[in-house]
Design a binder for this molecule. Structure first.
Ligand code: SAH
Length: 261
């Protein structure tokens, strides 16, 4: 089941119903605590990653689900966003299938779309981007191969798990012919009270200022690259990207660009 990006109001009605009926909830690190409040009568287990270490292995999680289900317990396996978007939901569904445990998949609002949306950025926009790529920034080689086939500056690139590597990912894009002036944004803790967004240019992503800002917290962040980022300013969510100059204006490089909600 997908828990969405954080705000409990972004849960589906099906997710809420299932949480209320659950006996056991196995949840990941990015699941907002407010979402767990719906599962009042359930036993709740954290099975995610904390400080880089897994509380329990992937096979351990699968075994736990299977064992509980075989005892007749109603199990919810809760993931941030959508379970099938970098959530290992497919692997777990395959394990359940192999074990003969009946289950269904409850999709969630993925941060790949919700984080940009909440920062005023449509991932597609007529005339600006007719497609978007959702890619992990975790592995640079995989990232390079995913962007390798793209025509530079034609598609919106949404990077999950990439904040810590933003500088090298940006460098890879520039190497592949993307303009340094391409609008870019980072949205942190989308849909939570801590939501913050930074708006700038691809070329700024390597700047020390940004590195300092990003190092500030361990909130999850989504990186968006493409002309669609300029829409945020036009619809009034931010004043970002209002300039058409190739080089980012000075103001874009200081912390004023890091705007709270
Ligand atoms: N299944 C999840 C993605 C898991 S990968 C989904 O569909 O949303 C984890 C990455 O998701 C994080 O590194 C970050 O890039 C992004 N992410 C998750 N929650 C977020 C949030 N509230 N705000 C911004 N990005 C978020």
């Amino acid at each position: 089941m997908g828990a969405g990006p954080g705000d409990p109001e972004l849960l589906t009605r099906k997710a809420v119903a299932r949480l209320r009926a659950a006996d056991l909830v196995l949840y990941d690190a990015l699941v907002d605590v407010r979402v767990l409040d719906f599962a009042r009568r359930a036993q709740r287990f954290f099975v995610g990653k904390r400080a880089g270490r897994h509380a329990i292995s992937q096979t351990g999680i699968e075994a736990l689900m299977i064992r509980a289900a075989r005892k007749g317990r109603r199990v919810v396996r809760l993931k941030g966003g959508d379970p099938f978007v970098f959530g290992r939901g497919g692997e777990e569904a395959l394990a359940l299938r192999a074990a003969g445990v009946p289950f269904d998949v409850v999709p969630g609002v993925t941060s790949a779309v919700a984080a940009p949306a909440l920062a005023g950025i449509p991932v597609t926009h007529r005339g600006l981007a007719s497609a978007f790529l959702v890619v992990s920034g975790h592995d640079e080689a995989a990232f390079a191969s995913a962007i390798g086939q793209l025509q530079p500056n034609r598609v919106t690139v949404v990077v999950l798990m990439g904040v810590g590597r933003a500088a090298s990912l940006a460098a890879l894009l520039v190497e592949r012919g993307w303009a340094r002036g391409t609008p870019a944004a980072m949205v942190f803790a989308a849909s939570t009270p801590r939501q913050q967004a930074w708006y700038g240019r691809l070329g700024d992503l390597s700047s020390d200022t940004l590195a300092a800002v990003v190092a500030g917290g361990d909130d999850p962040g989504t990186l968006i690259i493409g002309d669609v980022v300029t829409i945020a300013a036009r619809i009034g969510v931010s004043d970002a990207g209002a300039s058409d100059t190739e080089e980012a204006p000075a103001a874009m490089r200081n912390e004023e660009r890091y705007v709270g909600r």
